[in-house]
Design a binder for this molecule. Structure first.
Ligand SMILES: O=c1ccn([C@@H]2O[C@H](COP(=O)(O)O)[C@@H](O)[C@H]2O)c(=O)[nH]1
Length: 241
């Protein structure tokens, strides 16, 4: 099966939050690219770099490079251009970097041979309304997520990172095609860890999330593949497929 076809309809993204390339490679060898994409974040990218990304892609996995760029427009544009050069499936920036920064990011990837999806983080799923207020934001949590998602849309981005709790609101406001990539996914009975806005896989899909990011419930499982298969069944049931 062609790689594009294999991944087209796959909403699950497993967060590979490992301290080094060897642990990440060993874990990836227990997974199946037909069941998930992979997310490489700060910890792993700082430790293992582009070579690891290329290795995982060579094994058939599409990669979300989750480096959440947030800097002046010129610097973020350069970082996005370099990330696009790795041939990854998705990259992201922080929406609170502003519309000019997001526009520069979008322009930077537009000319890439392999244009990644470009999305923006709204309000981190580890935050609740009190955390947002304590960081000096005057808007309520949903209002802030909606505002930042609107800014991302206005800058021409493909979607946002948000909690699935905000997915119905964002679907109504910005449409079903605007990507809603949702971390904070927890199968029923799993520990929340440091996530404050958690949603089950079935609920997230039913509420309009387009992609589900899940880390520890899979990476710490005795049988990661069995957890992924169960999540895919729950997602299929929510979609009615
Ligand atoms: O708002 C956000 C943005 C990114 N993340 C990332 O997703 C995973 C979640 O991992 P879990 O182990 O399932 O909690 C992690 O890599 C975060 O950096 C997020 O959680 N929330």
């Amino acid at each position: 099966m062609a790689q594009d076809q294999m991944h087209q309809d796959q909403p699950l993204i497993v967060a590979l939050d490992f301290p080094d390339g060897a642990s990440a490679r060993a874990f990836a060898s227990r997974l199946d690219p037909r069941l998930c994409r992979l997310k490489v974040g700060f910890e792993l990218f700082v430790a293992a770099g582009p070579a690891l990304v290329e290795d995982l892609q060579g094994r058939g996995f599409e990669i979300f490079l989750d480096l959440k760029f947030h800097d002046i427009p010129n610097t973020v544009a350069g970082a996005c251009r370099a990330a696009a050069g790795l041939g990854v499936w998705m990259i992201n920036v922080h929406a609170c970097g502003g519309r000019a920064m997001m526009t520069a990011a979008r322009e930077a990837v537009e000319g890439a041979a392999h244009r990644p999806r470009l999305i923006a983080v709204t309000v981190l799923t580890s935050m609740d309304a009190a955390d947002l207020a304590a960081s000096g934001i005057g808007r309520g949590l949903e209002e802030q997520a909606l505002f930042l998602a609107g800014e991302a849309r206005a800058a021409g981005l493909d979607g946002v990172v948000c909690s699935a709790r905000e997915a119905p609101m964002l679907r109504r406001a910005l449409g079903a095609d605007f990507l809603k990539v949702t971390p904070g996914i927890r199968p029923e009975g799993s520990a929340s860890d440091d996530q404050k806005r958690v949603v089950t896989p079935g609920q997230a899909m039913g509420d309009g999330a387009t992609h589900l990011v899940v880390g520890r419930p899979v990476t710490r499982a005795a049988d990661p593949l069995a957890v992924l298969e169960a999540m895919n069944r729950e997602i299929a049931a929510a979609r009615g497929t």
